[in-house]
Structure formats: structure tokens, C-alpha cells
Design a binder for this molecule. Structure first.
Ligand SMILES: Cc1cc2nc3c(=O)[nH]c(=O)nc-3n(C[C@H](O)[C@H](O)[C@H](O)COP(=O)(O)OP(=O)(O)OC[C@H]3O[C@@H](n4cnc5c(N)ncnc54)[C@H](O)[C@@H]3O)c2cc1C
Length: 404
């Protein structure tokens, strides 16, 4: 299954990253992680730091699944607004979920400072503008609820927006303490640290089946058998070798990275930008002064195959950018289409399988996938080491739209 097609920007920022050297395989691991993207790498680090012997297997080179297509916006707000989530799961849990996401952005920031090279993490505000007049009330309500529970934010009216940005919109919610990152460099940095601390990293090994024999997990792969006490699935949007995702939708999204822009005139603090429309347009700037923009999501569960189709959507994204920033000289440099997973209840799938005790999952479906990966790695560490994590109940698999 292809997770993306087209020309991706992030590998060009770190071109020297070749395949990793193959470690000497142990006869038995405490934990084997299937999938070497952002979820797998953060889980490997969390578990190896807890003192476990850990191997991470990927059928591709590390970080070349959906992680490489990730546009790298890190936000505490989710695809579902806090006031909507309160209606869905109640005040206490919804606020706790938002608080966990907020903390996860901070933890990612702290972690990037410990990596051997920069992953271009920069704290940014986010501007979520009302796509139509009708959405203004919704944004104002969200602003009040976020304020009430202590999340840093502002509300901008039309004149505030045109004062800070080169476009006019009927209203905007501005959230603070969000960030941007280069997800490709982030994963490689995290894996380097995990490897240094003892994690074994195996690329180009596909997991075909997982069998439990006398409480030992036997992992059948394209390179023979691996044995472990526990297995963690961090396979992204591709089918999990064991278990069924219930209530997960796989869609498709498009993204472009522009050529470097001379100056981001009147782009307030190079904020992350998104909107209330669904599907939404999302954009940010990069360390080398490009704009990355994504959106135009479609209800199609495979990556676009033809470059012509990708180009067509890239041009549409370019037009949207030019509408927002009419004075910038904007040209496309990279363009791609990718699959993108969402859960029907807007909550990621993180935790222990309801009946198979030695099987754990971290599937961070939703626009906030990287934040869920960080949150998930902490939850899995708690569950595997102590059988408990304070936030595990929020994202557990044993729910209507969980993993069976
Ligand atoms: C266009 C686009 C833009 C996005 N923008 C953002 C954003 O701005 N912010 C954000 O937070 N999130 C964003 N996301 C979501 C984000 O990309 C994902 O949440 C994240 O990449 C998921 O990481 P992962 O490690 O779970 O999955 P992946 O990176 O896909 O890693 C899973 C790995 O598992 C491996 N694998 C699968 N099956 C097997 C098997 N059987 N055996 C061995 N290996 C296997 C794959 O090869 C792959 O490398 C975006 C996604 C897309 C598509």
C-alpha cells in the first residue's frame, strides 16, 4: 500500500540519511515495535528509557511512511473543537484530553532540545480563521471555552485580522504555544537517541503475522522470526497485522511546498494557519522560508497515482495561497498526495488490545497525529511498565469506535 506519491519536501532537508546499519538480533526482546515513523520512534525511545530491550521493525526505510508526508503543524487544538468534544464525552474528559495535547506539544519541544541535530522546532501561534460568517459564533464559543479552562488564546475580529495579516476574514481564534517541526528530522533524531540507548532498529523487514505461543509473542517477518514479550503496533494508516480498526476512515490529502519566499511581509509571527471549513486548508512556513500548504481532502482511501492529478490539486492549493497572500511571489517546488486516517469519534487509538493482553497499539489518527504520537508513547510506557497511565482511559481501544 502506498502512503504517498509525488515529490516530498522533507527528504530534501536531510539528504544524507541513508539506510541504518543492521544490529545483531537478540533471541528475545521485551518489546517489538512494528512501524518506524513518528509513533514507533517515540515509543521506542520511551520504552528503552524505561530500561526495556526494544526492537523496532519497518518494511521500509525509517520515517518514510506517512511521517514523511506530515506537514509538521503541532497544535493543542484538535479537528474537533473543545466545546464540541465536551458535548461528545463530557467536560472533565474533554478538558483532560485537550490538556494532554497541550502538554504533548510542550514535551515535543523539550525533546527536540535533546536530539543530536535540529529538527527545526519553532514555537508559533496558530490562527484558525472563520471560513464563512456563519462560523464566527462557533469560534467565539470555542474562544470562551478555551479561556475558561486556561488554554492560552485570543479572539481576533475582522480589523484585528487585517492588522496582522494580508487577508480579510470574518473572525479568527488565535491559540498560543503551538509549534512547527520538521517531522523527518525529528524521527531520525529520536531514533538516533533511542539507538544510542540500546534500541535495535531493523529496516526493510515486513511483519506478516503475529502469533502467541505459551505467552511468548512470535513475530513472523520477511526476515524470519522475532520473539518478544510484548508487541506495539505503530503502523500508521496501513492495515494492522493483528486487530481491526473500527470506525477509522482512510482519506486522501494533498500538499505543496513552495520555492523560498523572499519575505513573509505581514504574516504575523509566521503563525500556523488553518480554518473552520471541512476539509480545511492548513499552512505554515519552513526554516528555509518556504510555505507548506495542505488540504483538498477527498474521501478516497488510496494515494493518488498520477502526477497529473497531483499537479491539478497542487495548482488549486497555489491559488488558495495566492488569495491569502496576493503580494507574495509564490511558486510550487514540491507537490504530493497522501493517505490520511481519521477516527469517527475524533479520538486516536492508543492502548492495549481488549482481549490480547500482550498487544498494544498507537494509531494517532487525525490532523494532530504527531501530538497523539507523543501522548501515545507516554501512555504506552505507563501501561507496559506499570499497567496504568492517568490518560489511558481517554484513548483506550475498548470503545464503540476502537480496535477489536
Ligand atoms: C498530507 C498530510 C499532512 C499531515 N499533516 C500533519 C500535521 O501538520 N501535523 C500532524 O500532527 N500530523 C499531520 N499528519 C498526520 C501525520 O503524518 C501522521 O499522524 C503520522 O505521520 C503518523 O505517524 P506514524 O508513525 O503513526 O505512521 P507512519 O509514519 O506511516 O509509520 C508507520 C510505519 O509502519 C510501517 N509498517 C506498516 N505496516 C508494516 C508491517 N506490516 N511491517 C513492517 N512495517 C510496517 C510503514 O512502513 C511505516 O513506516 C499529516 C498527514 C498527511 C498525510
Amino acid at each position: 500500500m502506498e502512503t504517498h506519491n509525488g515529490s516530498l519536501y522533507w527528504p530534501s532537508t536531510y539528504p544524507d540519511r541513508g539506510p541504518r546499519s543492521v544490529p545483531e538480533r537478540l533471541a528475545f526482546y521485551d518489546v517489538i515495535i512494528v512501524g518506524g515513523g513518528i509513533s514507533g520512534s517515540l515509543s521506542a525511545l520511551a520504552l528503552v528509557e524505561a530500561g526495556l530491550s526494544v526492537a523496532i521493525l519497518d518494511k521500509r526505510q525509517m520515517a518514510t511512511g506517512s511521517t514523511m508526508a506530515n506537514t509538521g503543524l503541532l497544535q493543542y487544538s484538535n479537528d474537533i473543537m473543545l466545546h464540541e468534544l465536551i458535548n461528545q464525552i463530557g467536560k472533565k474528559d474533554a478538558v483532560r484530553f485537550y490538556r494532554s495535547c497541550y502538554n504533548a506539544v510542550g514535551k515535543l519541544g523539550k525533546l527536540t532540545k535533546q536530539l543530536p541535530f535540529s529538527s527545526d522546532f519553532v514555537e508559533r501561534p496558530s490562527i484558525c480563521y472563520a471560513s464563512t460568517e456563519a462560523d464566527v459564533e462557533k469560534l467565539k464559543m470555542e474562544y470562551e471555552v478555551l479561556q475558561k479552562y486556561g488554554f492560552p488564546c485570543d479572539y481576533w475580529n475582522t480589523s484585528d485580522i487585517s492588522h496582522h495579516m494580508p487577508f480579510e476574514k470574518p473572525g479568527a481564534l488565535v491559540t498560543y504555544r503551538d509549534a512547527e517541526v520538521n517531522p523527518y528530522k525529528l524521527v531520525h533524531g529520536v531514533l538516533d537517541v533511542a539507538e544510542e540507548k540500546g534500541a535495535h532498529i531493523f529496516e526493510f523487514i515486513e511483519v506478516d503475522d503475529v502469533i502467541t505461543e505459551d505467552d511468548v509473542i512470535s513475530i513472523r517477518t520477511s526476515a524470519g522470526e522475532f520473539r518478544a514479550n510484548q508487541v506495539v503496533y505503530t503502523t500508521g494508516y496501513e492495515p494492522v497485522p493483528i486487530g481491526n480498526r473500527i470506525g477509522a476512515e482512510i482519506n486522501r490529502s494533498y500538499a505543496i511546498a513552495t520555492k523560498p519566499i523572499k519575505e513573509f511581509t505581514k504574516w504575523h509571527k509566521q503563525s500556523l494557519i488553518w480554518e473552520t471549513a471541512r476539509p480545511y486548508l492548513y499552512l505554515r512556513t519552513t526554516a528555509d522560508n518556504r510555505i507548506i500548504a495542505g488540504g483538498l481532502d477527498q474521501n478516497i482511501s488510496h494515494a493518488p497515482k498520477s502526477q497529473e492529478l497531483i499537479d491539478m490539486h497542487a495548482k488549486e492549493l497555489l491559488l488558495k495561497l495566492k488569495e491569502l497572500f496576493p503580494d507574495y511571489l509564490i511558486e510550487i517546488d514540491f507537490s504530493y498526495g497522501a493517505i490520511f486516517g481519521e477516527s469517527l469519534d475524533n479520538i486516536p487509538f492508543i492502548g492495549q488490545h481488549p482481549t490480547k493482553e500482550q498487544h498494544y497499539y498507537l494509531l494517532g489518527y487525525g490532523g494532530n497525529g504527531t501530538v497523539y504520537s507523543m501522548l501515545g508513547s507516554q501512555i504506552l510506557r505507563g501501561l507496559i511498565m506499570d499497567g496504568y497511565h492517568q490518560d489511558a482511559d481517554l484513548v483506550q481501544l475498548n470503545r464503540k469506535y476502537g480496535v477489536k
